[in-house]
Write a protein that binds this ligand. Sequence first.
Ligand SMILES: Cc1cc2nc3c(=O)[nH]c(=O)nc-3n(C[C@H](O)[C@H](O)[C@H](O)COP(=O)(O)O)c2cc1C
Length: 329
Amino acid sequence: MAIGTALTRLLGITHPIILAPMGGVAGGKLAASVSQAGGLGIIGGGYGNAKAGYGGKDFMEEQFRAAGNAPVGVGYITWSLTQFPELFDQAMERAPKAFFLSFGDETLFASRIKAACVPLICQIQDLDGAKRALDAGADIIVAQGTEAGGHGKSGRTTLTLTPAVADIAGKVPVVAAGGLSDGRGLAAALMLGASGILVGTRFWATPEALGSDNAKQLLTKARSDDTLRTRVFDIIRDLDWPEGYTGRAIANDFSRKWHGNERALGQNLKDEAEAYWTAARAGDTSKAVVFAGEGLDLIHDIKPAGEIVREIATDAEQLLRTQAGVAVS
Ligand SMILES: Cc1cc2nc3c(=O)[nH]c(=O)nc-3n(C[C@H](O)[C@H](O)[C@H](O)COP(=O)(O)O)c2cc1C
């Protein structure tokens, strides 16, 4: 048995679970594992360039190769991708299972993606973003609440944003994102009108994910209360995020020192950046960013991605079977 939804039918997948296109984390191996287990894996191309410590044409070539023949999608940070047209072409040549765009104006790419009959997935953070993505022709809308790990906005929670987006999306499937790490999250999202979930942080704590072992270990020990939305990791990495976006990460010595002191960080950028990148290369999580969402409280171990997909699906199915009518009398 499996939970069939508008999302599983549109994508031809078994379980309504999508791997978030986490830049520098969701490589070809992780994406392939999620797809092979019945979800949809998306390779995270991030910014496209190598500024954040990964990226570029060769990085993506390597990740596509690591995915082998598994049907995987590709995702980019929209505002950054506009500077790297060759990466868009490279991804389209691979005939991805879906093209995922987040953060910025998707209309710039939508017509070319749709002309190639590749499903367009757009991740948004508020209703205006949802309307823009629907107008652009999105085939799937991801409603990202502020609980999410990585970049997003501080305004809306997954719990309230998901049904509001479902109300305006008509037949377009809505996927909930942010803080969803287990079967309870999937079952709840379906009750909110979503057709599936997008999972990031939970899939980082897997052997297949890219990123340092220190970061993965930290994910199993840190709590949701330890996370914080901040701009300091963008400032230090010289990433020019548009106004309104912050990244949710596990607080560490670096963010405790500079969050709230962004101007001073800007004035000390040269020295601080050198120390930051040295620490990042060494996997030192007291300085280097570890993006993570509020689902952290539910993550206690590192285990294969396929196991996570199957567990989320089975637990959600069980909950929907046994709990859905429990309080009705
Ligand atoms: C380590 C990490 C890196 C991320 N990088 C990206 C990215 O490059 N592009 C993107 O669209 N979203 C990125 N995200 C956000 C995800 O798309 C998604 O919204 C989020 O992971 C969902 O919340 P969760 O982490 O609580 O599951 C990232 C999230 C994490 C945790």
